[in-house]
Ligand binder design. Structure first.
Ligand SMILES: *[C@@H]1O[C@H](CO)[C@@H](O)[C@H](O)[C@H]1NC(C)=O
Ligand SMILES: *[C@@H]1O[C@H](CO)[C@@H](O)[C@H](O)[C@H]1NC(C)=O
Length: 830
């Protein structure tokens, strides 16, 4: 029995522990009270802020050129609103449609439409552009589908007011509000649609409509609901791993506190670095994933200690010192992976990295402080104290076991009978790997070779529709439109040419050559001095048409085009593509045309050419982001390697870690290539055919999170191996014991993570789905391939190269006991 001074000391320590725990719990409650009201603020940060191209990118320069010489086009480039009218009984040339057109034309003087001075183009519209009346055969060709079942009615705004004046308390206030006019126009059109043609269906689309509908995007609410559906499964995994239902009150409490703390820290920062709308969903997923994982690590360790009969204060101490240490290491490394986003040259990624980094740090802090405190104060009320019966039974079994293994008492305890019973399958599995570790490594590589082989084919897509809900009415209508009409008809690309001699015979030749290049890359039609949509115009024809002797219709049309498309020494060519210019084919088109323009400029050094409109800015942003990813990887992996080296004092370990991380990344992105860049799944999900490639926006974020997750499990596993190594087992035994002891927990944690992220699969945005796909794949790979096979096999096959050169006492035990361990497990199982 203990002396009285010892027990006095114990009770003093116990009281001190309790005081600290109470303080932590109170602080936690306070955090929840203060931070929770900030959560809705964060969720409603709806700043539509896309990725930005760098100021010196070709797209921005091209846009500047267009703004300088053709300001009217620059302002109206994205403006047309299109009404797709489809006849219900197969025909669209009906009286009803004619009347509908007339109604809209009359109503254009409505105060909601009037400030934009819209022109109306349509089969039955007057089609007047100033003094010019569009030829009716042209209108028919462009606005009526080939099967005559659908037609387009186009509303073309010609003025773009951006300031609005409101009367407030008797004072007129003028504010910048371009969205106001868009909103009013939409309201006007929706009202017109109420009284649409009875025998036809009218779909509203065009860039302004998409922008307007985007405003009502409810993806976040959908996501939260999906996360709620995932919750029961997560709970089941928790119950299965922790085996104590009553302890499940803690993880939600800890989660709530982490959420409150990260919201309270992120909201003030969001004032400096505005958040993109995709950050809050990512933050919720990351929060759920890491908070639940850390809670699981702590609860399972708590139960393990408890079943060993560890005192409650001692248990709390082990939780803080051992599991807490693991969590801190993992949290720091993950925070490095997220804050590393500041190495990327993009503001949006800075905000994402910052918020996610803060989230992980908050999860880490709350978990290592609040969870042990709650468990110390209340945990004991929730777990069953073991009956003396089972206790003695256990001891007897343990005695048998230690005898069997020939281990001395303390190791016998670590390798308790329960460990065998619980982990016998893991022991069996590890025995397989231990027999032939090099073979296992080779096998993994062989199996994943076809996937990693795909990696070079990976290409990002600059498709705006991937970031929009698939089922948004205007997006659906846009796809319908692109099926029957050239998709780029009302969203042209602009080529601005400059040079003094453009309007000359030589200039015309050069320009026609350029148009030939455009035709080769693929355009539906071109409008400019050398091309009237489908008809090329050489220098002689142009001279003839400009003279008064030409037929008056062509004379007037050509004069109008010349007036609008030539300004001094600058010429504008509008290129209309036959696909959606901002869709999946846009980026490759832009790249090809830019290359062509460069060659053209090389042949004609007296002229310059620049491309703008469509997906040009997206392509630039994509290039900026994708080029930065290798740099980011380099910085992240070197920092992580350094920190791991500092913590474990081993050179081989961080190298192995970096290797495992790169393997997971390569296999994950290779799988994504197979899924999203081949028609493999098109039978199952036909809508995937509309997209091609991986949204470049998610690539850096997915890389960040995949690295973070890989680290999480790797560190958890390696810390346990090190614990066994410190207890004096030799390298192979520690590795086997480490894997077997963490096996169930890591698998469960991985399953929870995968579930937490799979909420994103329910989002109608391809962007979110691909994000979920990348994360879930990387988690599953990490949990079921890398941690289970690759890491132990690599460590085992390195043999006695000594993973921990300093620090570790040289192993006392080597030799046969590992076999004994697995044999024991086998005989128990059999
Ligand atoms: C022509 O270009 C000049 C700049 O060189 C610009 O100031 C002017 O507004 C342009 N004119 C038209 C009609 O776009
Ligand atoms: C505010 O604007 C209205 C017309 O928009 C004008 O009649 C009125 O005088 C203005 N009031 C002031 C205080 O400027």
């Amino acid at each position: 029995m203990e002396s009285s001074s010892d027990s006095d000391d114990d009770s003093i320590t116990a009281r001190r522990y309790k005081r600290i725990a109470w303080c932590v719990v109170l602080a936690g409650l306070l955090t929840i009270l203060v931070g929770l009201p900030q959560v809705p603020v964060l969720l409603h940060y709806h700043q539509p802020l896309g990725f930005a191209a760098t100021p010196d990118s070709p797209g921005i320069l091209g846009q500047a050129e267009l703004k300088t010489f053709f300001p009217a086009f620059a302002a109206g480039a994205e403006a047309p609103v299109v009404l797709l009218i489809r006849g219900r009984n197969g025909k669209v040339l009906t009286k009803e449609v004619e009347e509908f057109t007339a109604r809209i034309e009359r109503a254009l003087t409505d105060p909601r439409a009037e400030p934009l001075h819209p022109l109306l183009l349509g089969l039955y519209a007057s089609n007047r552009l100033g003094s010019l009346k569009l030829p009716s055969d042209l209108v028919r060709r462009k606005l009526l589908s080939k099967d005559q079942r659908s037609t387009l009615l186009v509303l073309l705004p010609t003025s773009f007011p951006s300031f609005a004046t409101f009367r407030e308390k008797g004072v007129n206030r003028t504010v910048f509000a371009p969205w106001l006019y868009r909103k009013q126009l939409m309201e006007f059109l929706h009202e017109m649609l109420l009284d649409g043609p009875a025998d036809a269906e009218v779909l509203l689309t065009g860039n302004p409509v998409i922008e307007y509908e985007r405003f009502f995007d409810r993806s976040i609410e959908l996501l939260l609901r999906a996360e709620l559906c995932v919750l029961p499964f997560t709970t089941m995994i928790f119950i299965w791993l922790v085996r104590e239902v009553r302890l499940l009150v803690f993880p939600p409490l800890v989660l709530l506190c982490s959420l409150a703390l990260s919201a309270a820290c992120s909201v003030p920062l969001a004032k400096w670095t505005p958040l993109s709308p995709d950050v809050p969903p990512a933050m919720i997923s990351v929060l759920l994933a890491f908070s639940l994982d850390y809670s699981l690590f702590i609860l399972s360790r708590f139960m393990e200690n408890h079943s060993k009969g560890v005192e409650r204060e001692e248990n709390a101490k082990i939780l803080v010192c051992e599991t807490g240490h693991t969590i801190v290491v993992s949290g720091i490394l993950i925070a490095i992976a997220f804050f590393g986003a500041f190495a990327l040259p993009e503001r949006n990624l800075h905000s994402a990295g910052q918020v996610l980094g803060i989230t992980v740090v908050c999860c880490m802090l709350v978990n290592i402080a609040l969870s042990p405190s709650l468990l110390l104060l209340f945990g004991w009320r929730f777990v069953e104290t073991e009956s003396p019966d089972s206790e003695s039974e256990r001891e007897a079994l343990m005695g048998k076991e230690t005898g069997l293994l020939g281990l001395s008492g303390s190791e016998g305890e670590t390798l308790g009978e329960e460990a065998f019973a619980k982990h016998k399958n893991w022991f069996r599995f590890m025995r397989l790997i231990e027999r032939c570790p090099r073979g296992a490594v080779c096998l993994v590589f062989l199996i994943f070779l076809p996937l990693t082989w795909q990696l070079p084919k990976l290409h990002g897509t600059a498709d705006i529709y991937a970031a929009l809900p698939r089922d948004m009415p205007s997006v659906l209508a846009m796809r319908e439109l692109a099926r029957e009409f050239p998709g780029g008809q009302f969203d042209p690309y602009f080529v601005v040419l400059t040079g003094d001699t453009l309007i000359s015979e030589e200039g015309y030749k050069a320009m026609l050559q350029l148009c030939g290049m455009l035709q080769n890359v693929g355009v539906d039609s071109i409008l400019g001095p050398v091309y009237l949509l489908d008809r090329s115009v050489d220098w002689q024809t142009s001279q003839r048409w400009q003279s008064v002797l030409a037929p008056s219709e062509i004379h007037q049309t050509y004069r109008t085009v010349m007036a609008s498309h030539v300004n001094g020494s600058a010429v504008l060519l509008e290129a209309f593509t036959d696909f959606l210019p901002r869709g999946s084919k846009g980026a490759s088109w832009v790249r090809a045309v830019r290359q062509g323009l460069e060659i053209w400029q090389g042949e004609h050094p007296q002229f310059t050419a620049s491309l703008s409109g469509g997906a040009t800015l997206m392509v630039d942003a994509q290039d900026t982001v994708m080029q930065a990813v290798p740099l980011y990887l380099l910085i992240c992996i070197s920092l992580i390697t350094l920190v791991v080296f500092g913590i474990f004092r081993s050179l081989l370990l961080p190298l192995r870690l970096a290797f495992a991380l790169l393997f997971t990344l390569a296999a994950t992105f290779g799988t994504a290539v197979v899924f999203y860049q081949t028609p493999l799944l098109h039978g199952l999900f036909p809508w995937l055919a509309n997209y091609d490639g991986l949204c470049y926006e998610i690539v850096p974020m997915a890389v960040c999170i995949a690295i973070a997750l890989g680290l999480d499990y790797d560190i958890f596993l390696v810390s346990r191996i090190v614990e066994f190594r410190k207890e004096g087992f030799n390298d192979p035994t520690s590795i086997v014991l480490g894997v077997a002891n963490t096996g169930g927990i890591i698998s469960g944690a991985g399953a929870i993570m995968a579930l937490a992220f799979s909420g994103l699969f329910f989002s109608p945005k391809l962007l979110h789905q691909q994000f979920a796909f990348l994360l879930v794949t990387s988690v599953l790979l990490d949990t079921f391939v890398v941690r289970t096979i690759l890491v132990p096999a690599m460590m085992l096959s390195a043999g006695d190269y000594n993973w921990w050169p300093r620090q570790m006492p040289h192993s006392r035990k080597r030799g046969p006991q590992l076999m004994a361990v697995t044999d024991a497990a086998q005989s128990k199982g059999g």
